[in-house]
Design a binder for this molecule. Structure first.
Ligand code: CA
Length: 495
């Protein structure tokens, strides 16, 4: 197939090997879903809290172990996915910013390439969505029960559990679409973002088990710069009553309140009466947190199953690429934390699983290639057979999906977190090559570096920045930071 397109005034010929029919693109995107809570990734929670439907995607497609984000926080990650550009270029550096919807985005380009485009669920970019034929999005964070969805500019109230409703609305749009055109559909859950309110049907899930604690639950941060010790995202001291479900966040109907309260109240009263202190209190917090988090994940997984069944039943499976990911990873008690933001592995890494029958060989696990949420925009366009504008900063993943990693694929990944003070996390930037990770905390009061050898210290418990034997690595990684900042156009004043 030959396709003609004009790009910056030159006539270029794009050879497309993908045939006449443009595939559908279903992007299922979660909020704060850690790889530790997806059984296809393995780990200590896999058996206890399996995710069979997400695992099905992995069994029928590819799973990436080194998928990283450029800025580990909700809104900024979403802006990167839409634009294929780092935060300093798309303008959305931190939550609370408002996305400039006049800029180039993947959905706009896909619309031009003949796609019907829709987004249902979490948006979290403040300004109204642009470039979609249909949008139906939560206001801000939204809530777990009885959500309001801004539907093409109109506020529409729904009753029920938000994770289920987002899938209901996704399926409704699929049923109403024009079947003669390909679709690009972003189905984006609020879950498992805090505060973790499970579906009623999952309240009893895990109730009688003790979830294993991560080995770093009682990290004292002595092995690194003072940045980590200034956190306010600790399971011990910073969760607050709403995150611990000692108070509830959603505006329940009276009937819903009764069901919820009947489950939590006796346990909460017992907790208050026990007056736990120290590590015992932290351990109770962890159990309460992790169980509710995993219950929220269970609803997500069931709803992934509903979408996969819809594709099967409507003969769409063969010509649809399904991508599952999250806006970033999350701490499930590692380093004593909930939340994200840091460049440490648990929140720097994000799940990435994709299925595309006939293109992606089933059961692939990609252990080594460093891929990024920066690459999603170019990937969507490449899948669609559309031209990829030269200002996108992430390359298409399609060659890797097809099992052919390009020779010049990135060997390092640049990270830059801007939301100073959020949960006590200082501004930082850094680079990793998959083995070593160099992090710079430039702010006055910290002004320090950390260096980790992920092979010897996978839990990142001891910075080896000052170790004499690391001199060469230190030098090489510092140089790499500068090279990448130049390459990506990071402004001088932000370095
Ligand atoms: Ca998030």
């Amino acid at each position: 197939m030959l396709k003609l397109s004009f790009l910056t005034g030159f006539l270029i010929v794009v050879a497309s090997a993908r045939g006449a029919e443009q595939p559908n693109i279903l992007f299922i995107f979660c909020d704060d879903h850690a790889t530790q809570a997806i059984s296809a990734y393995g780990g200590p929670l896999a058996e206890l809290a399996p995710t069979p439907n997400i695992d099905r995607l992995a069994e029928e497609g590819i799973l990436f172990r080194k998928a990283y984000v450029t800025n580990s926080i909700c809104g900024p990650s979403r802006a990167v996915v839409l634009t294929g550009k780092y935060s300093h270029l798309n303008g959305f550096r931190e939550n609370g910013n408002s996305f400039d919807g006049s800029q180039q985005t993947a959905p706009k380009l896909l619309g031009k390439a003949g796609y019907q485009t829709a987004i249902v669920g979490k948006w979290h970019l403040k300004s109204a969505p642009t470039g979609f034929d249909h949008y139906e999005v939560l206001k801000g964070q939204g809530q777990y029960y009885n959500p309001m969805l801004i539907t093409n500019g109109e506020n529409v109230n729904h009753e029920g559990y938000t994770t289920d409703i987002i899938t209901d609305r996704t399926i409704k749009w699929l049923n109403q679409r024009d079947p003669d055109k390909p679709f690009f559909l972003m189905s984006q859950h609020k879950a498992p973002h805090g505060r973790w309110e499970p579906a009623f049907r999952h309240l009893e899930f895990l109730e009688d088990v003790e979830v294993p604690e991560p080995p770093t639950l009682f990290d004292d941060y002595s092995g690194r710069s003072k940045a980590a010790s200034q956190h306010t995202m600790g399971i011990a001291d910073h969760m607050g009553d709403s995150r611990l479900m000692l108070k509830y966040s959603s505006k329940f109907t009276p009937e819903q309140f009764q069901i919820f309260d009947r489950f939590f109240r006796p346990k909460n009263e017992a907790f208050h009466a026990a007056n736990l202190t120290g590590k015992e209190r932290t351990r109770w917090h962890y159990q309460r947190y992790i169980k509710n988090y995993l219950r929220c994940v269970k609803a997500v997984d069931e709803n992934v199953g509903r979408l996969l069944a819809y594709l099967d039943e409507n003969e769409l499976t063969e010509n649809t690429i399904v991508i599952y990911s999250s806006d970033q990873g999350f701490y499930l008690g590692e380093h004593g934390w909930f939340d994200k933001r840091w460049m440490y592995e648990e929140s720097f890494r994000t799940p990435l699983i994709a299925r595309w029958p006939g293109k992606i060989a089933p059961g692939l696990v990609n252990e080594e290639d460093i891929v990024s949420n920066l690459d999603f925009a170019a990937t969507f366009l490449d899948v669609a057979g559309a031209s990829i504008p030269s200002d996108l900063q992430g390359p298409s993943l399609v060659p890797i999906l097809e099992g052919n990693t390009p020779e010049d694929w990135r060997k390092t990944h640049y990270y830059h977190y801007y939301e100073t003070g959020g949960h006590g996390v200082a501004l930082h930037f850094g680079v990793t090559d998959g083995r070593y990770k160099l992090i710079r905390f430039p702010e006055e009061g910290i002004n320090d570096w950390e260096l980790y050898d992920l092979k010897r210290d996978p839990n990142e418990m001891k910075s080896v920045y000052d170790s004499p034997e690391m001199a060469q690595v230190r030098k090489r990684m510092k140089k790499e930071i500068t090279l990448l900042q130049d390459h990506y156009g990071v402004p001088e004043e932000e370095r």
